[in-house]
Every structure is written in C-alpha cells, then in structure tokens.
Design a protein around this ligand. Structure first.
Ligand code: PA5
Length: 443
C-alpha cells in the first residue's frame, strides 16, 4: 500500500466501537457506489478509470507530450477548477513548486482567474519563446479559460500563423459537443477527450491531467499503475479498507462537531495537492448546508501563522496529516565548532529527521489541544504513490459524500456567482437579474 491510514492519534477522540457502529453505513455507501445506484451515478467513470481508460488515446497523449517537449520552451495550460488543479498539483508534487526553475520546459497555468496582471505577466514571460498551448474545458464555455484562450489563440496565430499554431494548440474537451470541440474541429487542433461520465474534479487521470503531467516529463504509466493498485486495494468493503477508514473517521469527527478538516503536510511540494483536495472535497461535500469545510496548511511554515489557532482557537478542527515517508533528497546537517547559534543539538543528522520530529511534536501538541489527528502515510514522492493517493482521495470522497447524504458528483452551487457575474457584465439573457443586482449594489 503506497498510502496508509494511521488512526493512532485518534484514540482519545474516537473509539473502536464508533468505527464498528458506523460500518453498516459504510457498507451501504460502498454498495451504492459499486452498484452504481446512488446519487450522481452517471458520473462514476472515475471508479474503474485506472483500468478502463482509452489506451489508444493514452499513447496519443504521450506522443503529443513528446512533441511539446521537443518543439517548445513554454507550455501554456488553460483551464480552471477540475480542468486545472489536478495537473498543477501533480507537477508540483512530483517536480517541486520550483518546477519551472529546475526544468527546460516551463509550464504556466492561465485561465484560472481573471486578473489582468496575472495574464500580462505570463504573456510577457512567453515573449520570444517557442510556445504550445493546452486548452482544457469540458463544457467549453467556462468564462475564465475561454477568455484566456481567446487571448492565446490570437497570440499564437500572430506568432506562428494559423497553420502552424493549429499544430501547437491541443484541446482537451468533450468528445462530441461544445464550443471548444467545434472550434478545435474547425481549426484542426489535436483533441483529447474528457469522458462524459467523469466530472471535472475527478478528471486528473484523464487527458485533463495526463497531457500536462506527461509534457512535464513524468511517467504517466507509473501514475496509472499506482491508481490501479489503489483500485485493487480498496475495491472490497471491509473494516480493514484504509480508504473507508479515512472516510469513516472524518464522518465520526464531523458528527462530533469537528466541521473543519485541516490537511497538513510538512513538505511545501504538497501545497497544490492541498488545493486539489480542497476542490475535490469542498465541491463534493459542501451541499444542502452540510459538509466538512476543507482547509489546508503547510508546516512548519504555517505553524508560525496558523499554529496558534490550531492549538488554541475554537475547537471545530480535526487535522489530517500527510506524512511523506521519504523525501526525494536529504540534507546532512553538519556540526559547527563555534556553535554560536546553539544549533549543534540538531547536527550530525539528516534534515528529514528534524522535519519528522517537528511533525511528531506538533501532532502530540495538537492532540493535547483537543485537535484529533488522522495520519495518512505516503511512501514517496513518485508517480506510483501519487496515482495511488489520487484514487484513495477520490474514493474516500465519494464514500464521505454518501455518508452525509449528499450527491458527491454535482456542483449546483457553483452557478450562483456565474449568474451574478454575467448579469453585471451585461450578458444577453441576464437583463432581469442585472436590474435586481444593480439595485442591491446601489442600496
Ligand atoms: O469540478 C468541476 O466540475 C469544476 O471545477 C469544473 O472542472 C470547472 O468549473 C471547469 O469546467 P470546464 O472544464 O467545463 O471548463
């Protein structure tokens, strides 16, 4: 198992019998999921995706990735939400938050905000560079990426002309429908498919994540292998299923008033995985005025900002610690003859040991402060472990959603801001809402 559930630090907060009492409900959720009879059952393509993916398209992805690596200095990835976070999280987990500084091919993500400064900075960075673009949108109509693509399409056509730019633009979208699919077909872009039955936040193991991850030089075969192992390890419902133990622990704590899950990792390369987790769980569980609020920190960095609150603030938090067992590299701390800084007590050992002690000390302190801790232990920072972890979190999320009685696969609440934004921007068809909103703003 590349990711293990460790419930040792839950002992003072959750008893074994609580897991036993919840188990029949876990079984029910498992059956709903696997018989495809629960809410949102038309979005379960992710469940067996690590085995059932389109092998031909997978080879096409690797070919396109190799082409991008050979003919480009910069890959601009355009997308938002589920069409953005997974790829970025994977690249930064495997390749560090300094991926761009450490690698020849630079990867920039746009279309995930509407900040003019952000866009102008990336355009500036792209000047004089050989470019490729991967535009990702299942619907093809999401405002943020559509706006960014309009800009980059023009930029590419001005730079390369229509014919060559069409060879450098890759569109990941619906297999048959939508504005982006129509445009891609008209312009002759190579296209990759987001399966109908895989929702955005569950799509990182489709072309949505795989093309940018492969272009970044990571081994997507190993990623899928890791996910396959997770499918196998978590396919049977039993009290020993670690994925279900995680879902159960979260649910038990939620019922005790712990309504915030703080995902904590002691490695900043997990930062964007935290963002991916927040979307996955936030969009899946936060419905009908229910759900655990997903929050995140990177320690020890955030112990110096959020540490006070976690230790001593309102007691609504439980913590899920991501313990990465093996860093990619280590750093030996030498002793210093003068010891002017008094740090020799840390020397003659690897920095990873110091980090581990910081983690152990913090977990104990937080447990003393009435913050239950779940520990999820990851083997390493590699593709196999990542694929395994992705599937673990996806499946635990589905079970968690069913446990609290929501549909984990829709996101009706996301529309509200869009309606208001379109109305305020004067989009045709939104005239009535516009009047109402303008009145509210002026009152
Ligand atoms: O999880 C989701 O469904 C969303 O986050 C979408 O991925 C996001 O809104 C982007 O949608 P689209 O891919 O249609 O542009």
């Amino acid at each position: 198992m590349a990711l293990k559930f460790n419930g040792k630090y839950l002992k003072n907060f959750v008893s074994e019998s609580e897991f036993e009492y919840l188990y029949p409900q876990i079984e029910l959720c498992h059956n709903l999921l696997h018989s495809k009879s629960g809410a949102g059952n038309d979005f379960l393509g992710w469940l067996n995706l690590p085995f059932d993916y389109d092998k031909e398209e997978f080879e096409k992805i690797k070919k396109a990735a190799n082409k991008i690596r050979s003919d480009s200095d910069v890959l601009v990835v355009i997308g938002i939400g589920g069409s953005y976070l997974g790829a970025r999280a994977a690249i930064e987990f495997l390749g560090s938050e300094y991926y761009n500084e450490l690698n020849e091919l630079k990867i920039y993500f746009v279309g995930n905000n509407i900040s003019p400064d952000y866009l102008n900075n990336i355009i500036k960075i792209c000047e004089g560079k050989r470019l490729s673009v991967n535009v990702i949108s299942k619907s093809g109509t999401t405002t943020e990426p559509a706006l960014a693509f309009r800009v980059f399409k023009k930029l590419m056509e001005e730079k390369y002309g229509k014919e060559e730019s069409a060879k450098r633009i890759y569109a990941t979208t619906d297999k048959a429908r939508g504005t982006l699919k129509n445009l891609a077909d008209k312009e002759g872009y190579e296209t990759f498919v987001i399966p109908d039955d895989v929702g955005g936040r569950y799509s990182v193991l489709t072309a949505v994540g795989l093309l940018p991850i492969a272009a970044a030089g990571f081994n997507i075969d190993k990623l899928m292998e890791g996910a396959q192992h997770a499918v196998k390890d978590f396919e049977v419902c039993s009290p020993d299923n670690d994925c279900y133990k995680y879902a159960a622990a979260r649910n038990i704590l939620y019922r005790k008033g712990k309504s915030i899950e703080l995902m904590a990792c002691y490695d900043p390369d997990w930062t964007k995985m935290n963002e991916w987790y927040k979307q996955l769980y936030g969009e899946s569980e936060g419905k009908d005025h229910k759900g655990i609020f997903p929050a995140s920190v990177i320690f020890s960095t955030d112990l110096h900002s959020m540490g006070q609150f976690v230790q001593d603030g309102s007691r609504t938090i439980f913590e899920t610690v991501i313990d990465i067992k093996k860093p990619k590299t280590d750093f030996f701390l030498e002793s210093d003859e003068e010891n002017a800084d008094g740090l020799n007590f840390l020397s003659n050992q690897n920095m990873s040991i110091v980090n581990e002690k910081a983690m152990q000390g913090t977990i104990l302190a937080h447990c003393d402060g009435e913050v239950p801790n779940i520990k999820l232990e990851l083997d390493a920072k590699d593709e196999h472990t990542l694929g395994y972890a992705i599937y673990f979190f996806e499946k635990a999320c589905a079970i968690s959603g069913y446990l609290i009685g929501v549909n984990p696969f829709n996101q009706p609440g996301v529309e509200a801001y869009k309606v208001n934004m379109f109305a305020l921007l004067g989009k045709p068809g939104y005239e009535d809402q516009r009047e109402e909103l303008l009145k509210k703003l002026s009152d």
